[in-house]
Design a protein around this ligand. Structure first.
Ligand SMILES: Nc1ncnc2c1ncn2[C@@H]1O[C@H](COP(=O)(O)OP(=O)(O)OP(=O)(O)O)[C@@H](O)[C@H]1O
Ligand SMILES: N[C@@H](CCO)C(=O)O
Length: 293
């Protein structure tokens, strides 16, 4: 049994805690019952001893498996991780979604993607990463009475993501403390109207308006000041022809959307200018959570 979940880029500029999309970079887990519990990690996190003992996946898996079966059973888990941790690419959402889904599969209980999403909300209170992690594609989402309500748009393959991944991790909980406690009516209306325009642009596939629509006054500037090179990353991406360029989640990654034919040129300009950062061209992911038996 293998379960995989894609990386995600949340906020997309103005859509703080509400917009997100999935990219084709996956964490995959294989597991089976075993006499002894064991964790084997390949890829991201393989050299992090903390993940062998105190692993977010294992604690959420056990919580759900015990709830569903009322049994205790040891498992052997092997993780193949591609999503860098604490870089704004939804590593925690991928782990949460994967653990909940794996526990249901291990217990032999069928569950809808919508239910997994609602369970995931217990561990991540904002829906902008967990929704595309489960559903794939671009998603606008909100939470009402403990449930996620969302709408998905399939992303075409003639647009690509170019991500610039700095060598500095940023924890989401710390990055949230940098934000103002309140916003003026003017800035609230600014973000509201830009978010609305962004959603319409995604659904109408009007990519050219995203540069304007994706501007934000809620969170990017305050967070980017922590890593000022990100202002130059955004400038270079736009000068090279990116359609939009925004802080990914709470950072540190910078996400740009580009036309397929421009992707290599834009990525190589970014790599030349920021050799200390990792630059990747990624397809968008429209599948979200995948379970393979
Ligand atoms: N592969 C993994 N295995 C176990 N735990 C992980 C894994 N990836 C992430 N985590 C947990 O999630 C934490 C990172 O979550 P955080 O929300 O800070 O970053 P992120 O999800 O990558 O960023 P963002 O939410 O901005 O996209 C790690 O410190 C670790 O506890
Ligand atoms: N909307 C979240 C995404 C990161 O998990 C934030 O900006 O804090």
């Amino acid at each position: 049994m293998t379960i995989s979940v894609p990386a995600t880029s949340a906020n997309l500029g103005p859509g703080f805690d509400s917009l997100g999309l999935a990219v084709d970079l996956r964490n995959l887990v294989e597991f089976h019952p075993s006499k002894f519990f064991s964790v084997n990690i390949k890829g991201e996190g393989e050299n992090n001893p903390k993940l062998k003992g105190n692993n977010l996946f294992v604690s959420i898996f056990n919580e759900h498996y015990n709830r569903l079966t009322k049994k205790r059973q040891s498992f052997k888990f092997t993780f193949y991780n591609q999503i860098p941790m604490s870089r704004g690419l939804g590593s925690s959402s991928a782990v949460i979604v994967s653990a909940i889904s794996s526990a249901h599969e291990a217990a032999g209980i069928k569950v809808s993607k919508r239910r997994i999403l609602n369970h995931a909300l217990v561990y991540e209170s904002h829906p902008d990463n967990i929704t595309p992690a489960v559903m794939g594609g671009f998603n606008a989402a909100t939470v009402e009475k403990g449930k996620v309500f969302s709408q998905k748009k399939h992303l075409p393959n003639y647009i690509k993501a170019v991500v610039v991944i700095p060598n500095k991790p940023i924890s989401t909980s710390k990055a949230r403390t940098l934000l103002p406690k309140s916003y003026s009516k003017e800035n609230a209306v600014y973000n509201l109207s830009h978010t609305a325009l962004s959603v319409a642009a995604f659904f109408n596939e009007d990519w050219e308006i995203l540069k304007l629509a994706s501007q934000d006054r809620f969170h990017q500037k305050a967070r980017m000041k922590n890593l000022p090179e990100l202002f130059s990353v955004q400038k270079t991406a736009y000068e090279s022809g990116a359609l939009m360029s925004t802080l990914s989640g709470s950072g540190s990654t910078f996400f740009s959307m580009v036309y397929d034919e421009d992707a290599v040129m834009i990525a190589s300009k970014l790599s030349q200018k920021f050799p200390e950062f990792i630059v990747k061209i990624l397809d968008f992911d429209n599948d979200g959570l995948i379970i393979e038996k």
